[in-house]
Design a protein around this ligand. Structure first.
Ligand SMILES: [Zn+2]
Length: 507
């Protein structure tokens, strides 16, 4: 996939990404610049917001140790009078101003002021359509009838949101299948938690092609759509309580998406997954418990991917052949295991070592960013899109109500009214393949060779078309945190954060 680089100076402020509690610098982001598309279109909705908290562009200073005192900066000359206390200057509250212009919004959109981390959970709409067991997905030639989701028994699966044990008969069988696949698994040790700053040698080793730290990709990675102005629409981390809201909107607008689903969520929302699938959206793998895959052993990676493939197959009758690594955390070891298990990695578009097409929508729920910031990120993304000679893929989520509200109320209506128009479609079809090529059971192996036999990542460094991490200097950090919401355990998505001078500065 094509790597289209812009200099940092020409970027109209791209989002950085998420970050997490276990990363050293969770919020190092590009400096804010004027957005490209600042002139409102006719009938445009222009929003301007100033907010003081959170301050997403800075890392909060560490708290002083207990018992320490705050030392005031010296007063300017001439401002003090002996015996008279100097005038009290209010503390400076960091403010961030976002200005963005949307071509359209949904008339029923939740007001921006209500899309906040503290919002009460909204009522969810029922699914527009549910499907009875035995329904036949006639849009997928050769697909089996829909299984009976009511028969799904959580007792037959690993504990939710926990890395599955590797000693089960199922995982042992998958380990044998990977060994028999013929795919060579590179001898790369698992990374430490903590991303690039906590894995300096790995981050500086281009032979690992660790996407997190600098954006290295291999030819088999999907990072964008080939055709200009084409958006490979994706949503991660569901299904959830709020996926039905998104599905209803997508139905209304006749849009199809790719959903990277977490196996633990599939256990909780099997009917939702069936509706997604039967509505001709693409279903793909996003692991069982949403870990950083490069931190796991080979066997643990196999367990994460294997159980998520299995639960999807049990609910839908078909098995996806695409995956997205949580946090985008992939290196050549994870690539090889994925290929051996028939899974092609799908990332999101990155236009420089430090800038990716991440709306940061996930972080509204946790209070780490604001909806205005997310819409600013979105405007910056589409400002870059028109300059690209290929399409693009954006990171968004359907786990929390805030990210669904910003998608259905603002981002998608804006995209649908963009001029020139976008082609919005699932990743598999943006790659000029039929939807049936998205599942192992219905894939045409002639036109879409399975990953393990045809599109195996080139595991040597410097492969043609690859983009190498630059010796640590271009490293970025990714983050993760695990949070609870509505009884769901979720994880924030990764972020890009480091700047070139970066790795050292991040430590
Ligand atoms: Zn995710």
């Amino acid at each position: 996939m094509k790597f289209f680089a812009l200099s940092a100076a020409s970027l109209p402020l791209l989002a950085a990404a998420h970050a997490g509690a276990d990363f050293a610098n969770p919020h190092a982001k590009l400096p804010r610049q004027a957005p490209v598309n600042s002139a409102p279109a006719p009938n445009a909705v222009t929003s301007q917001s100033t907010n003081a908290a959170p301050a997403p562009t800075t890392t909060p200073p560490p708290s002083p140790p207990a018992g320490s005192q705050t030392t005031s900066a010296p007063s300017a000359p001439g401002t003090t009078v002996p015996g008279v206390p100097p005038p009290v200057t209010p503390p400076t509250v960091p403010t961030t101003t976002y200005t963005f212009s949307l071509d359209a919004t949904n008339p029923t959109a939740v007001p921006l002021s209500e899309i906040v981390s503290t919002a009460a959970s909204s009522a969810t709409r029922p699914l527009d359509t549910t499907f009875t067991p035995g329904s036949v997905p006639t849009f997928l030639p050769g697909a089996p009838p829909l299984p009976n989701a009511a028969l799904l028994s959580p007792a037959n699966y690993p504990k939710l949101d926990t890395p599955p044990p590797i000693d089960s008969p199922e995982v042992q069988q998958w380990i044998k299948e990977v060994a028999a696949s013929g795919v060579q698994i590179p001898n790369i040790p698992p990374n430490n938690l903590g991303g690039c700053p906590n894995n300096t040698a790995a981050a500086a080793d281009p032979s690992r092609c660790w996407w997190t730290c600098g954006g290295c990709t291999r030819p088999a990675d999907v990072t964008d759509c080939p055709a200009p102005m084409t958006w490979g629409l994706t949503y991660d981390d569901g299904p959830s309580f709020y996926t039905s809201d998104l599905l209803n909107y997508l139905d209304q607008e006749k849009l199809k998406s790719t959903f990277f689903v977490v196996g633990s969520r599939v256990i909780s929302f099997p009917a939702t997954l069936q509706t997604q699938y039967m509505s001709q959206h693409q279903i793909a793998v996003h692991t069982w418990s949403h870990p950083q895959l490069t931190t796991l052993t080979n066997e643990q990676i196999i367990a994460e991917l294997g159980w998520s493939k299995k639960v999807i197959k049990d609910v839908l009758g078909v098995t996806p052949n695409m995956m997205r690594p949580p946090y985008g955390d992939i290196d050549d070891r994870v690539r090889a295991i994925s290929a051996a298990m028939g899974l092609t990695p799908v990332m999101w578009t990155r236009i420089s070592p430090v800038a990716t097409f991440d709306t940061d929508d996930f972080d509204i729920h946790g209070g780490l960013t604001t909806v205005e910031h997310v819409l600013q990120n979105w405007e910056n993304i589409i400002g870059n899109v028109t300059q690209r000679n290929s399409g693009f893929i954006v990171l968004e989520h359907d786990l929390f109500q805030q990210s669904v509200q910003v998608a259905t109320g603002y981002i998608l209506p804006d995209a649908l009214n963009h001029k020139p128009p976008f082609t919005i479609e699932p990743v598999v079809t943006c790659l000029n393949k039929p939807l049936s090529d998205a599942y192992i059971e219905t894939n045409d192996n002639k036109t879409n060779p399975p990953a393990q036999s045809g599109a195996v990542p080139t595991l040597s460094s410097g492969a043609p078309g690859s983009v190498q991490a630059t010796k640590g200097a271009d490293s970025s950090s990714a983050g993760e945190s695990v949070r609870l919401s509505s009884g769901l355990v979720a994880a924030s998505l990764t972020g890009v954060a480091g700047l070139a001078a970066g790795l050292a500065a991040l430590l």
